[in-house]
Each structure stands twice: as C-alpha cells, then as structure tokens.
Design a protein around this ligand. Structure first.
Ligand code: ARG
Length: 493
C-alpha cells in the first residue's frame, strides 16, 4: 500500500505502488535532500517577509524544517524528496500551517534550484581535486627539467623533449579543465526559484531575495526557461567528461610506460596489482580502470543529452532522468582524480632508459636537418631529403645514430647534388638529444630555460586559481549561515 500523500485523493486517487516506485527519483534524491530543505527555508522566509505567511506560521514551519536538516528519511513509497519534505512538515505542524509552505512554488522550480546548488558544490569539489593534481604535476616537473625522453607523434619517435615538458602538457590540460569549471559555475549560478511550475506566480514573490539567501549571484529570469533548463547539468557532465578524458589519456601513458618495451616508469605497488598465477606480474590496474571508466562517463554525457534533445518546453518528467547520469559522471571523475593523483605522485622514472630511447630512435633527425639549413644555407626540403636518406642507410646497415660518420652524411648530400664538408663534432652534436632539446628555446619548447619559465608561470597561476577556488567555496558554504541569520532577523528562528 502506498502511503497517502496530501497530493492524492484530490484530482487523482493514489497511484499504484508500482507506478510510484517506477517514476520515483528517491534513489538519487539523497544528493539534493539538504538543498531542497534549504530552498524551502529560503522560500518560507520570503513568504514571511512579503506578508504572505504570518510570522507565527513561519516560526512553526521553520522549526519543522530545521529538524529535517538533522535527518530526513527518504521514503521509497513517495515520488520524491519534495513530497517527503512537505509530508514531514504537515505531520509536524498540521495542514493549516504546514499547508502554506507550498504557496507560490512548485517542485519544478524547487528541483531546478536544488540541482544548481548541488552542481555548484560538485564543481567546487572537482576544481579542488584538479588543483591538487596540478600541484603534483608541477612538483614532478621541477625534478625532471633535464630528464630527456622521446616525444611521439603517431606513437613513433618524433623529437626529443623532457619529462618536465611532457608532464607540463598534462598540467596545462588540467588547467584548462579548471577554468572550464569556473566558467560553467558562472552559468549555474542563477536561481530558478519563483518560477513555480513554469509561469511564475500571482503572489508578490521576491525572487532576488531568495536567490541571495541561497547563495546565487542572480535570478534566472525567464520562468519557462528556468524550469526546463538542464544545460547546466550537461555542461557539468561535460566538464567532468573532459577531465576524465584527460585522465584516461594519462592512464594510457602509464600503461605504456610501465611495459617492459617502454620501461620508462614503474607504478607504485600501492596502485598496482598482481596475477593469481604469474608471480612476476605487476599490472597497472588503476590506470586500466580509469581508462575504462572514462568510457562510462562519456556514455553518461550522451545519455543526458539524448534525454533533452526532443523535449517540448517546459517541465517534463524526463528531466528528472538527466540527473542520475550527471551525478554519477561527476562522482566517478572525483574518484578517478584522487586515485590517479596517488599513482602519478608515486611514479619512479627510469631516466637512463628514457634517454636511450630518445637517442636510439632517431628522434634527433629533424635537428640534424635544421643544422644543415643553418650551416650550409640549404632549403629545408633539401636538408630533409639528405637526412632522410642518411637515416635509411643507417637503418638498412643496422647502425645506431652515434655510429653515423661525417663521410656518410657527405655522401648522401652528394647524391642530392649538394657538396658539404662536415666534421665528427658536427654530426655528434646534432644527434645528441640533449643538444637538440637545449636548442629548442622557442616559447613553450622543451629547452630547460623555456620549461623553467613555464613552471614558474604555472606556479603563479596555480596560486591565483587557489584563490578563485576559495571564493567559490565561500559562496557555496555560506548558505546555512545566511539563512539562519535572516530567519533570526525576521523573528522566525
Ligand atoms: N523528482 C522530480 C525531478 O527530479 C521533481 C519535479 C517533479 N515535478 C513534477 N511535475 N512531477 O525532476
């Protein structure tokens, strides 16, 4: 038997337990339960301030709402948290008083507002985890400004870079993710309350006042838009998905780097696992699972978008179904950020192996061509052909780069119609990865000076971003105090 809500037995008799449970959002409402209570409090204070509900009635309802902040049972027999709260209030203070709380509001504006409050906190949590990840990447970078490694394109050796340069690339991706969150936050930061079902209300509601009490910067103006908009949810999910995609890329590197074939890095035991039969195994399980969970998160983003794409305005219960995939994607991303930070922090790099890979894989060939251009004023394409032929000859003969002789270079140049004279030193220098790296002084390049400058710039930006995070946190954490203070001022608390 479904417990009888005050909403039933008027226009409709009670729906079946099966139908109620089927359409219920109770299993996900725990994420917003407290926010819905806060929304009710702010709305109530506004009703009292506007003279729509008396101070005495306000006091009784506020006391009952306050009780719910200490514990609210989400009853599976009810459709959602909104019904649970109203039922509790009426049970506590009677329908004559408690029945006034829903004046000028609807579950539609209430849920949109509570979702925005929760989304703002989720965004702040993601932002905070991103800053910690950036800190780890910056401190690792500081230690590896001179650690040479091959850079790749198409997963083929391309040109030498440094580990610091490489890690900073990930840092910068996470930095963009952080700023994307700040940007999303600005758009979430609008209050739908006062939109009621869709058309606002003929009661003299003060929307600005409620917005302020709930920590919003402004009102979301158009009432039809306010109850039907879930872009903010999709944007939150997208911001999470982009982070997750970056984490998955990094996870992929960790899987590759910890293979015998690469041998660039070893993951800490604490973030690895072994085999039940092969005693030698050290498996990069955390990185693998992050990589797979990124796929789930992408699926959840698509699911949210697919629900929205053919909804007429304004509120449809389909909107309720956008919520679970969005929260799940954020929660998954938070877990992944934490566990990947631990894994990255504990990486042990084999710097010798990385250097050898950069040297033996001909990643220095471009620099040899560059130097031929500078030394002999050759067109780049001619120098490119000379070096290409030289590498082919060396590979065919099974020679390592350091076994290439000046005579070999002169001979392939002659085949391309160019007469040059080079000495041993010229060839050796150009083929040394550290020389190539040191010469790449271009802005943002791998040279130690360029990387040291990037690190100090990033550190400065990181400290500014910590400040941005704390003002974001202040706004989301101050709501309870604001409400309580106002309740006292109105004589309701
Ligand atoms: N449980 C709903 C949600 O999460 C609340 C709004 C329900 N509104 C309605 N008209 N049935 O979206």
């Amino acid at each position: 038997m479904v417990e009888l809500s005050l909403m039933w037995g008027a226009r409709l008799s009670a729906p079946s337990a099966e139908a109620t449970q089927y359409v219920s959002s109770i299993s996900f409402d725990d994420r917003i339960a407290l926010d819905v209570v806060r929304v009710n409090m702010a709305h109530l204070l506004m009703l009292v301030k506007q003279g729509i509900v008396s101070k005495e009635e306000g006091r009784a309802i506020y006391g009952a709402l306050k009780k719910l902040t200490k514990g609210l049972e989400l009853k599976r027999a009810l459709e959602d948290v909104h019904m649970c709260i109203e039922e509790e209030i009426v049970k506590e203070v009677g329908v004559e008083v408690g029945g006034r709380l829903h004046t000028g509001k609807s579950r539609n504006d209430q849920v949109a507002t509570a979702l925005r409050m929760r989304a703002k906190r989720f965004v702040a949590e993601l932002a905070s985890e991103l800053l910690k990840m950036r800190e780890v990447l910056l401190s690792l970078s500081e230690r590896h400004v001179n650690t040479i490694m091959p850079g790749y394109t198409h997963l083929q050796h391309a040109q030498p870079v440094t580990l610091a340069h490489y890690l900073l690339a990930y840092h910068d991706k996470f930095e963009r993710d952080f700023h994307r969150l700040l940007d999303v936050y600005r758009r979430i930061d609008e209050s739908p309350m006062g939109s009621a079902a869709l058309a606002g209300s003929s009661f003299n509601l003060d929307r600005e006042y409620v917005a302020k009490l709930l920590g919003f910067s402004r009102v979301q103006e158009n009432t039809v838009d306010a109850v039907s908009d879930r872009d903010f949810m999709v944007e939150t999910a997208f911001a999470a998905t982009m982070i997750m995609t970056h984490l998955s890329e990094l996870a992929e590197e960790l899987v590759l780097w910890s293979t015998w074939e690469f041998g660039f890095a070893e993951l800490p035991d604490a973030y690895s696992s072994t085999s039940s039969i092969m005693p030698q195994k050290k498996n990069p399980v955390v990185a693998e699972v992050v990589r797979a969970r990124a796929s789930h998160v992408i699926g959840m983003l698509l699911s949210a978008l697919a629900i929205l794409k053919r909804l007429p305005l304004s509120y449809n219960l389909d909107l309720q179904e956008v919520t679970p995939p969005v929260w799940l994607s954020v929660e998954e991303t938070l877990r992944a950020l934490k566990v990947m930070r631990g894994a990255v922090e504990g990486l042990q790099f084999d710097v010798k192996r990385m250097y050898e890979a950069a040297e033996l894989g001909y990643s220095t060939a471009t620099e040899l061509a560059n130097e031929l251009v500078r030394r002999f004023n050759l067109p780049f394409r001619v120098a490119y052909r000379i070096v290409g032929k030289l590498v082919k000859e060396a590979v065919d003969k099974g020679l390592a780069p350091h076994e290439i002789t000046p005579q070999m270079l002169e001979e392939v140049a002659r085949q391309e119609g160019v007469t040059i004279e080079v000495d041993e030193q010229f060839v050796r220098d150009c083929l040394k990865p550290e020389v190539c790296v040191a010469r790449c002084k271009v802005v943002g390049g791998p040279s130690p000076e360029s990387v040291v400058r990037m690190i100090s710039d990033r550190k400065l930006k990181l400290s500014r971003d910590f400040e941005a995070l704390s003002s974001m946190k202040e706004a989301v954490e101050g709501v309870d105090a604001l409400i309580e203070e106002e309740a006292k001022r109105l004589g309701v608390a």
